[in-house]
Design a protein around this ligand. Structure first.
Ligand code: 4NP
Length: 159
């Protein structure tokens, strides 16, 4: 990531109602707590849930940790995201492949797997909790927090 300005970071999962809104919320919260002015957003490679609020189970787990993500609305990733964002973090390998498939030639964004930034988790996916139970959302929240912490550590000196 080479921007001089405050970083712009986009999290991407499949539906943009479970994993990426939790990572988005965790990083937004950490950024605000640190007094930084970064741009943080999330999107889905799929568009089925466009306009929807996050899954109720995602809203609940974030709320239990003091983070309000109820105001987020799902959207599908767009080609101009590759120009608007410095760092695009995919939650799993399918999302990463989907991003690479639509990335405009010569785009500026650094596109990678989100857990590649977390010590000891490189190459791992954030598991999709959508078809599971509430415990899955606790695991997703823990991953979201670890990712947010790592992003702050890597890029926290800016903006
Ligand atoms: P997400 O989870 O990609 O973490 O938002 C999913 C949400 C919806 C679906 C699949 C995964 N779906 O099939 O509708």
């Amino acid at each position: 990531m080479t921007a001089d300005r405050a970083p712009a970071i986009l999290f991407v999962c499949l539906g943009n109602i479970c994993r990426s809104p939790l990572a988005d919320g965790a990083l937004r919260y950490a950024v605000a707590q640190s007094g930084l002015r970064w741009s943080v957003d999330s999107a889905g490679t799929g568009g089925w849930h466009a306009g929807d609020r996050p899954d109720a189970r995602a809203i609940a787990v974030a709320a239990r940790h003091g983070v309000d993500i109820a105001g987020l609305r799902a959207r599908q990733v767009r080609s101009d995201d590759f120009a608007r964002f410095d760092l695009i973090l995919a939650m799993d390998h399918d999302n990463l492949a989907g991003l690479n498939a639509i990335a405009p030639r010569g785009h500026r964004a650094d596109v990678r797997l989100a857990l590649d930034l977390v010590d000891g988790r490189a190459g791992q996916a954030v598991s999709d909790p959508y078809y599971g139970d509430a415990a899955g959302f606790d695991a997703t929240w823990r991953d979201a927090q670890a990712i947010a912490r790592s992003v702050l550590q890597h890029f926290g000196g800016r903006g």
